[in-house]
Design a protein around this ligand. Sequence first.
Ligand SMILES: *Cc1c(COP(=O)(O)O)cnc(C)c1O
Ligand SMILES: [Zn+2]
Length: 491
Amino acid sequence: MKLRDFPPDLTPHLLPEPTGEMLYRCLECGREYGISELLYTCPACRGLFLLVDKQEARLKERPGAFWRRLFDYRRLLNVPALRGVFCYYELIAPVIPLSDIVYLGEGHTPEVAACPALAEAVGRPFTFKNDGQNPSASFKDRGMAAALSYLNFLVRSENLGRVLAICASTGDTSAAAALYAAYLGDKVASAVLLPHGKVTPQQLAQPLGAGARVLEIPGVFDDCMKVVEALADSYQVALLNSKNSWRIRGQESYAFEIAQTHDYELAGLSVVVPVGNAGNITAIMQGFLRLHDLGIIDTLPRVVGVQSAHADPVFRYFREPRGRRVFTPVMVRPSVAQAAMIGNPVSMPRVIRLAEEYTRRAGEDSVVVVQVSEQEIMDSMLLANRHGHIACTQGGESLAGFRAAIRAGLLDQDEQGVLDATAHHLKFIGFQQMYFDNTFPPEFEVTPKPEFQNHPRLLTPATDDPQEKTRDLARQIAHLLGLTPKGAARP
Ligand SMILES: *Cc1c(COP(=O)(O)O)cnc(C)c1O
Ligand SMILES: [Zn+2]
């Protein structure tokens, strides 16, 4: 829609100017730092940062209804910088000029309702929010759009020359980082550090294709993370891990979109999300809390975190009664939810704080973390796929967690779910193949159910004669599928 066709009272607000005053605030000691330097942890105490806008109170001068209307109309605007997560510019990073924003088609992913048969099988209605429909096929693009837009802004405004962006990854972060860095061309080079053999071939192909330097080390993600941190301590690099608080900002858009899709009425909703490094659940809680602060939503939805029994430190923490909770990292075991296979989540301090604030406002059970088995994850993914959904193993984990929460009586009678399908099915297709072929190594503890297994069937023509061959194959297929000849009486 053309600018002149919008309601005149909104026109001055549609194309926002940088009016915020953002800074890094240390979660531990409260010290604040300017954003013109590449900082990830507090130089004084090594605590994690949250990014805050010192001027956020100015947004409260307008009622929630103003913001709802502005964001809804902004969806109609054909300005690339505002087509993605920066549709919610004032809430993401209101310090970056529109001209520095990088947009690769991320965000505004569809919420697809479970078909009636699936809702019936699960026991109540729900939707999958398909974050696998982002450009690099996972939700990580939301955060990268914010982090790389900020980096783009910084490189230009501080004359940094060429920067090296680096991250450790369970696969999807590196795919997203490499893609956005490649788009910025000469300004940003990227290097990614992966645990050898612990990312899928599809995920490995992505940063290779985007031209990143791909480095592999033995071990798991947690080992890569330590190396990247050692690098960031001693060298000039831009760190694109979840410690990078710009990513959390971008990922908050997931919560904003759910609010918008549900016309800002979130009573009776459960937002279900798989938890690995805990950046996503951090962003989702924070996103809803900020909408609540600004009066954009009245009711906070329930947040249900899900972890596999093979990588469940966050579940173990919340299982303990309040007051007796102590966070202890765990050794992970092989998991089909490989992108969430993390024993020492970086964002845990953020989660602890935010869950406290969330439950203070919305009640004790408004944040819950459930645990599911590897078997349940695989079976739930395949059940979803069998009903027309593109859930990956982590999306299957969301569904398994939703079912576990229903079973445990954690949800209200009419409560519905919005399940995060965090990546595209095809990224983790090797696990489907292992299920179909029954080749899971024993440590995964997955036994295929025959009703979900599927194999291609190769047909051999009985003859080489070109015309006869076609007829023969058609006959074979008709026989296999039990087709009724035309003109025959209906059975
Ligand atoms: C990164 C990732 C997760 C885990 O998210 P965290 O923010 O690390 O908790 C889950 N699913 C997929 C597909 C991912 O790429
Ligand atoms: Zn500090």
